[in-house]
Design a protein around this ligand. Structure first.
Ligand code: HEC
Ligand code: HEC
Length: 268
């Protein structure tokens, strides 16, 4: 009889432990497989195979939810304008080959610069007379082409920024929505700076990011960046919501950077 009572006492606990163990182990396995497949798919769909594969590896070897050490020597995906110029554009533009405007020659660049940045960007990206599309290197990203143009034109007196498209200012409604999305999905890291996330009011951390332009930041938010999870780790988040969250973050970062934002600057 006492044996019988013992059994009824311990059975629920045993049952619970067995159930939890039974559910947890396969659940974890499935989760890891899904993460692996997602990582591989992200790598395959990307335009820049090598850095993306590298990124996929980084994501997979990262313990979930934490990136304790962000490698300061991490390869930068996008090369500088100077590097792209040296590797690709200088082949013609250093000497003025094929009638190309020569580097630093203001007379050759003046009228071209006067056409405006957008036109130059379109010509260099798509080709123009004897100027080959992307300087003949199809592997150059839009941003690398833009940076190379800015490197060349600014050396000839222009004052351009390597942005990819005119960035429309987000509406008040977008910013309000972005604030909500941010609070729900992004604040956990970007409010505190945990795992190396750029804090919203850290103007210094954001300065280089703002220079990259929104297209870059949207992409980083949607697809993930080194240490920054895609969509803040919430895969159900729509691209549009991820973008307005970035709009909100950029607006906050700009406010922190502006000298006329004493409240935020002082709070830091
Ligand atoms: C194979 C030679 C060649 C290479 C390499 C080359 N260019 Fe050019 N580029 C030209 C020539 C030629 C022109 C003049 C085209 C014209 O005005 O008819 C030109 C013109 C331009 C212009 C001015 C376009 C305009 O509307 O006036 C820009 C901007 C430019 N190149 C950017 C680049 C960039 C950026 C690279 C490197 C990624 C590059 N080029 C590489 C030959 C080249
Ligand atoms: C789990 C923590 C975490 C969450 C949640 C998170 N981020 Fe991040 N994020 C990071 C880290 C870490 C970086 C810094 C990556 C680096 O060093 O470049 C980052 C960087 C970024 C960057 C800059 C990209 C770059 O190249 O550094 C943007 C934009 C960004 N996050 C947007 C978002 C948005 C939008 C959300 C919410 C939808 C979000 N993040 C949620 C950790 C997070």
């Amino acid at each position: 009889m006492s044996d019988h009572i013992e059994m009824t006492k311990t059975t629920p606990k045993d049952f619970l432990l067995a159930t939890l163990g039974g559910l947890f182990a396969p659940g974890l396995t499935i989760f890891l497989i899904v993460m692996l497949v997602l990582g591989v798919r992200a790598g395959l769909g990307a335009p820049d195979a090598a850095p993306m594969a590298d990124k996929a590896v980084r994501e997979r070897i990262q313990s979930f939810g934490v990136s304790v050490a962000v490698d300061p020597n991490a390869p930068h995906i996008e090369r500088t304008g100077e590097a792209v110029y040296a590797e690709v554009c200088s082949g013609c533009h250093e000497s003025g080959a094929l009638g190309s405007p020569k580097f630093k020659e203001k007379a050759a660049w003046g009228k071209r610069i006067a056409q405006g940045y957008e036109t130059l960007l379109s010509h260099a990206t798509n080709g123009f007379n004897k100027m080959p599309a992307r300087g003949g290197d199809p592997d150059l990203s839009d941003l690398e082409v833009a940076r190379a143009i800015v490197h060349m034109t600014n050396a000839a007196g222009a004052n351009f920024q390597p942005v990819l498209k005119k960035e429309p200012e987000p509406s008040a409604a977008d910013l309000a929505r972005g604030k909500v999305v941010y609070a729900d999905n992004c604040a956990s890291c970007h409010d505190t700076g945990v795992t190396g996330a750029q804090k919203l009011n850290d103007a210094k951390a954001w300065a280089p990011l703002l220079k990259e332009g929104k297209a870059y930041l949207y992409n980083a938010a949607i697809k993930g960046s080194f240490g920054g999870p895609a969509k803040g780790g919430n895969e159900k988040l729509s691209d549009a919501d991820a973008k307005v969250a970035v709009d909100y973050m950029v607006a906050e970062a700009k406010a922190a950077a502006a000298p006329s934002a004493p409240a935020k600057a002082a709070a830091k």
